[in-house]
Write a protein that binds this ligand. Structure first.
Ligand code: 5GP
Length: 142
């Protein structure tokens, strides 16, 4: 059985404005922001605004809204970073690599021959993340 949603997880705090993030996009149902420990330039996270631990307890409306935003962000990061492709990944429960227990999808620009950095590796410079968020917002036309 899946554990209960913890309203004190870090992404719930971001949604409540209790801790900052480098916002890229938001609509009524979803928020997209820069990952603080990016596995590559432009690594963005997309989350629903309503509580869900991961794909195992999310409802179809949450998944639909998140994936619509994932597609929007994937197109924007490809343009913003002139990448060869875009990697989309999502983990469910600790055994599968999940470390923050609010549903999120990783959207990462990729280039042929360039490896991803480690998952939850080094913190990126805040000014760099702000610059990358601005590039993606610009590609989104915002
Ligand atoms: P997971 O392992 O759960 O799929 O991924 C969680 C992601 O959230 C990791 O890639 C990690 O770098 C990122 N992350 C962890 N804490 C924070 C935070 O406080 N702010 C942001 N923007 N990202 C975070």
């Amino acid at each position: 059985m899946t554990a209960a949603y913890d309203p004190n997880n870090i992404f719930a705090k971001i949604l409540r404005g209790e801790i900052p993030c480098h916002k890229v996009y938001e609509d009524e149902d979803t928020l997209a922001f820069m990952d603080v420990m990016p596995q590559g330039d432009g690594h963005t996270l997309v989350i629903p605004k309503t509580p869900a631990r991961n794909i195992l307890d999310a409802n179809p409306a949450q998944l639909n809204a998140v994936m619509a935003t994932v597609q929007r962000i994937a197109k924007a990061v490809k343009v913003a970073f002139q990448s060869d492709g875009v990697f989309v990944m999502q983990f469910n429960e600790a055994g599968a690599g999940q470390t923050v227990f609010h549903l999120h999808v990783h959207v990462v620009p990729r280039w042929e021959g360039i490896a991803l950095k480690p998952h939850t590796g080094a913190m990126a410079d805040g000014a760099l993340l702000a610059d990358h968020a601005a590039k993606i917002r610009s590609a989104l036309g915002q």
